[in-house]
Design a protein around this ligand. Sequence first.
Ligand SMILES: Nc1ncnc2c1ncn2[C@@H]1O[C@H](COP(=O)(O)OP(=O)(O)OP(=O)(O)O)[C@@H](O)[C@H]1O
Ligand SMILES: [Mg+2]
Length: 377
Amino acid sequence: MKNINPTTPFPTSGYFGPLYFCDREKELETILGNIAGGQSTTLVAIRRIGKTGLIKHLQHKISESMICIYTDILPTENSVDFLNSLATAILNSVPEKTSVGVKIWKFIKSLRPVITFDALTGDPNVSFNIQNIESEHQIESLLSFLESQGKRVLFAIDEFQQILNYPEKNVEAWLRKIIQQLKNVVFIFSGSQQHLMYDIFSNPSKPFFRSALFLKLDKIKFGSYQSFIIEKFSENNKKISKETVAEILEWTNIHTYYVQLLCNRVYINSEKSITSETWKNEALKILNEQEYVFFSYRDMLTKQQWNLLKSIAHEGKVFAITSKDFVQKYKLGSPSTVNRSLISLQKKELVYSEYNKNGKLYYSVYDVLFQRWIQNN
Ligand SMILES: Nc1ncnc2c1ncn2[C@@H]1O[C@H](COP(=O)(O)OP(=O)(O)OP(=O)(O)O)[C@@H](O)[C@H]1O
Ligand SMILES: [Mg+2]
């Protein structure tokens, strides 16, 4: 795990240890409970809420007692890529010098992949030169080898829904079969495309049905984030009031990445005392810098899609998106036009849907900065 310090107490990418990590106590407890019971976890949430951060935090906590492996399979396109990604992750997580490491490296080398080392970081990268149909067997060998190490393993596979894009049709079936036989290896399957994750794990006609326990990651609790932010500023001799932090959290919709980004900028560009004016200035600067991104949204969308995106941004949350009220208020044409545009906007990850506490579905724009920009103009 990284032990270098971030440049501010509010990093906007990567995991820097428990000091820079806010709350998630309940979620941690849930996953630890699952692991203790030998059960895997499916972790789902909208983008930039903190799924990857939570996995890293968890692995940091239990790294003494379990072998912790993490891989993000978003870049993979087929089952050989998947195998390469798993094998690379294993080598990166277990240093060759440790006793388990010696065995694992020897075993992976015996499968005859090409191992190269990153010129900058020195990290190993594994690549098998095999046909797609051979990958099933190699993945089985890899995982059974981990199973036999006499130490429990936590294997986190991030952006797991990516396996649905592999051209081979039966990946889910054989992968499930392999995983089912493992007793010492538990998994975290994480993903941001929630409807795909639900389809993989809660569709009774699919192989992974009920093979893991769902954990839906919500926003960090307002109170915890508020105290955390005040504490981080105060540790660095900067004073910020509860009310000012509340305004920041409100403006960023408590969406983790955006909270971090704004606090990061406020931290860098402030003196000893932080006021409403301080954060509002920073927020405006960010919006100005981002304008070209917002214009690029416009350029990649049809007129209908762009109008719908702006309307959702204006409202913040839209519950009855095809209702007469909403469609007429923003002159969006007909409900069927809205539906068509909505599908595209969701595919492009510009809009997401979520259920509120009462189980009512709503739509919001992903990019909080875009929402605030639209509301300002
Ligand atoms: N509990 C936390 N406390 C402080 N910062 C956090 C926390 N969780 C996440 N972050 C920060 O928020 C940002 C987004 O988190 P992360 O990358 O984990 O989200 P994600 O849900 O995995 O996003 P994506 O779906 O895009 O992969 C990162 O900069 C991360 O450092
Ligand atoms: Mg992530």
